[in-house]
Write a protein that binds this ligand. Structure first.
Ligand code: HEM
Length: 736
């Protein structure tokens, strides 16, 4: 389990002197549970209920007033970071786009919510160079509205204000993103070097990118503007764009709309070479006050002509602070030639190099006009036949381009917020999109008397506790707090693709779901209030658990909150839902040995993380579920009890006892057998995710709590609490 110490591990991680080092410093392969500790609200300065109460505070805002404040900041150039053309609009759009563009459809991580761009490592990524200044410019607005306006919402609203001020009509603004208070532990890639170091390239020879990564380079939000690993080949660059934007949940049309829309505005900055710049914020002295990339080559008063960020230089349009179709027209109507920026970066210029764009520091001075430019990634859109076709259509039909950009921008900045029920504010667009995973709510929801009747109907189905509990878990545990998708609500367990996922034992589901559907139909046939299948599934879990505890002689009540709805197959985008399929679920002792899958123990922590569980919650749930016998494929692994199907502390007592000797099964990666030390009799089989509760000191400490003789009541209480938490993860209505 824990790798032995190697001297090379000391050399591989550079730690600051005189600070305590995490165990991973000495044993890099050791298990890291830190992610789960982040689910504790103790480090949130607004207190434990901030995450659920933020919305109420946000709704007190007068958005028109906030918009005016942002616009004022946007049009007031500051001497410490002068605005190009007197307008920070393009700079602010880049900030919002980079905050959103970290979103990964595969695991739902990244995105606008939480405003992780404020923290290392995102704040320090080379791709986010200079955006530290954008957030500082906005501080007076943040200060004025404090708790009512999170950074996450402020950044998105600022992008919206910028687009509007420069003449573009967006679909509307959605609020409701509570902030994070610490840097989130996210696996951004295997490398320890950042872009532009060549070894930061994460794409394999055959164009593959390991799941769940989306960025092609460590330290970039998406792709290298100069081409894959600096190779200015537009064809190869198009492949990278398709890969990275696809992982961001964008199709070809959305991808082109975003790039063409974004690069309509602003410019790239490469006044001075990289050697002029100090390190990122995290590497600078305290006197820099959290700002990075200080430019020691600036002589005299800083002007907009001094800015260095990417090292590329120039604008795409002759009118970079207004929404136009110039990006598309310029790209399609010119012959582009490969050249270099003043700092030596690959970029493209027109054959004639006409000086048609304004100077950022002197926009009204005709004598200072400059030529326009394109990146290799822009030329890629012209070179790739599919992208080209889209651009050519929009060149003819500019309204279609504006509409596509508005829709793609909206999706970009709200994609990680989950369903529409999490949107807040007076500017939420009315239109519903399939990527919002819509759900139909019953017009008249059921009440507590109905719940009592439904409990009886469920008990009369003849379904076993195991079947009821396993079905409820399959439905609810598909939720992920990372982008608030999935869960029991919507009843999508009965729809494609979820009903066919291997982890859900489709054949078993085929027998169970019709019986629960009959409960729904029977009830709805005579009642004016209607119940959704989703509610029946979750209530079935409560019925099953209560009965399984009763078999141990313990009377418990599993709280049930009615109020779910069902979705139709048409409302369910199969491809997009397939991304939610678990490749591992330690709670059902399921692990798929895909080449891309992370080892079982990491996968267990990751699953618990996407369910928002703490270490004790993960522990009590996993141990309790083992005794309930709900493993995928009905495997006996880790079912460390003589009474499978009865809710007991047995898993903990049996995993911790010294009476059992464990031995790896020869030739099997992840399988162990437990023998009675005294008799030699084989007692159990188990996997890594079972035995780790005895082997890992921190998990053993938690398991000891639930194995203790005086912890019986605590075990049942904590199990029910953790179970209910998972069942209600997608009940955003209850969290307000
Ligand atoms: C600027 C790369 C897509 C909006 C830039 C810069 C780079 C870059 C290198 C110059 C940064 C600087 O030196 O200041 C790329 C690449 C993209 C991409 C490689 C994808 C292939 C997008 C998208 C948007 C966007 C999707 C928004 C929807 C902007 C804006 C600027 C900019 C507004 C100008 C910022 C300013 O004027 O300060 N981009 N970008 N970009 N990008 Fe992108």
């Amino acid at each position: 389990l824990i790798a032995s110490t190697t001297l090379t591990s000391f050399a591989s991680v550079a730690m600051a002197a005189d600070v305590p080092s995490p165990n991973q410093y000495y044993w890099p392969k050791g298990m890291n549970l830190a992610k789960l500790r982040a689910h504790d609200s103790e480090s949130d300065p607004y207190g434990a209920d901030y995450y659920t109460s933020y919305h109420k505070k946000f709704e007190q805002l007068n958005l028109q007033e906030v918009r005016k404040d942002i616009e004022k900041v946007m049009l007031t150039s500051q001497p410490w970071w002068p605005a190009d053309y007197g307008n920070y609009g393009p700079f602010f759009i880049r900030m919002a786009w980079h905050n959103a563009g970290t979103y990964r459809a595969i695991d739902g991580r990244g995105g606008e919510e939480g405003a992780q761009q404020r923290f290392a490592q995102l704040n320090d990524w080379p791709d986010n160079a200079s955006l530290d200044k954008a957030k500082r410019l906005l501080w007076p607005v943040k200060k004025k509205y404090g708790e009512k306006l999170s950074w996450g919402d402020l950044i998105v609203l600022t992008g919206d204000v910028a687009l509007n001020q420069m003449g573009f009509k967006t679909l509307g603004f959605v609020g409701g993103r509570p902030d994070d208070w610490q840097s989130e532990l996210i696996y951004w890639g295997p490398g320890t070097t950042f872009f532009p170091n060549k070894s930061s390239f994460q794409v394999g020879q055959n164009g593959t990118l390991k799941h769940p990564l989306a960025a092609t380079h460590m330290g970039l939000i998406y792709v290298n503007p100069e081409g894959p690993n600096g190779d200015p080949d537009p064809v190869k660059s198009a492949a990278m764009i398709r890969l990275a934007f696809g992982r961001m949940a964008m199709n070809d049309e959305e991808t082109v709309a975003l790039i063409a829309g974004g690069h309509t505005f602003g410019k790239a900055h490469g006044a001075h070479p990289n050697s002029c710049l100090s390190g990122p914020p995290v590497a600078n002295g305290v006197e820099h006050q959290g700002l990075g990339w200080a430019d020691h080559c600036i002589k005299g008063t800083q002007t907009a002509d001094d800015a260095s960020t990417s090292g590329l230089e120039g604008s795409w349009s002759a009118d970079p602070i207004h929404f136009t179709t110039q990006y598309i027209d310029n790209l399609l109507n010119n012959d582009w030639v490969l050249g270099t920026s003043p700092t030596g970066a690959h970029q493209w210029h027109t054959k004639t190099d006409d000086k048609i764009a304004p100077d950022p520091a002197n926009p009204n001075d005709p004598s200072k006009m400059r030529p326009i430019m394109m990146f290799t990634t822009d030329i890629a859109l012209k070179t790739d036949p599919v992208y080209h076709k889209i651009l050519a259509r929009w060149a003819e039909h500019p309204n279609e381009f504006a509409d596509a950009f508005a829709r793609a921008w909206f999706k970009l900045v709200v994609r990680d917020m989950g369903p529409k029920s999490r949107y807040f504010g007076s500017e939420v667009p009315k239109e519903t999109f399939v990527w919002q995973d819509p759900i139909n709510m019953p017009a008249k929801p059921i009440n507590q008397a109905d719940v009592r009747e439904l409990r009886k109907l469920i008990a009369a189905t003849g379904l076993s506790d195991r079947e009821l509990i396993k079905t409820a878990w399959a439905a609810a545990s598909s939720h992920r707090v990372t982008d608030h998708r999935g869960g029991a609500n919507g009843g999508r367990l009965a729809l494609m693709p979820q009903n066919g996922w291997a982890v859900n034992d489709p054949e078993e589901l085929k027998a169970v779901l019709p019986k629960l559907e009959q409960v729904r139909d029977k009830f709805n046939a005579h009642s004016v209030r209607k119940v959704a299948l989703a509610d029946v599934i979750v209530l079935g879990g409560s019925v099953g658990i209560e009965d399984a505890a009763q078999k141990a002689g313990v009377k418990i009540q599993v709280p049930f909150a009615p109020g779910r709805g069902d979705a139709t197959q048409e409302q369910t985008d199969v491809n997009s839902f397939n991304l939610l399929e678990p490749t591992a679920d330690a709670f059902r002792n399921y692990y798929r040995a895909d080449a891309d899958n992370t080892p079982p123990l990491n996968a267990m922590v990751d699953k618990a993380d996407t369910l928002g569980l703490t270490i004790p919650e993960m522990t009590v749930l996993l141990g309790g579920l083992r005794t309930l016998d709900i493993n995928s494929g009905h495997s006996a692994n880790g079912v460390l009890t003589k009474t499978p199907g009865v809710l007991t502390q047995d898993f903990f007592t049996n995993v911790l006892t010294m009476d059992t000797r464990w031995q790896k099964v020869a030739g099997q990666e992840d399988l162990y057998e437990g023998f009675d030390r005294a008799t030699g009799q084989k007692l159990w089989t188990a996997t890594d995710v079972d035995l780790v509760f005895g082997a890992n000191p921190e998990l053993r400490a938690a398991a000891e709590v639930y194995a203790s003789d005086d912890a019986k009541a605590k075990f049942y209480n904590d199990f029910v609490k953790a179970w209910t938490k998972v069942m209600n993860l997608d009940r955003f209505d209850l969290q307000r």
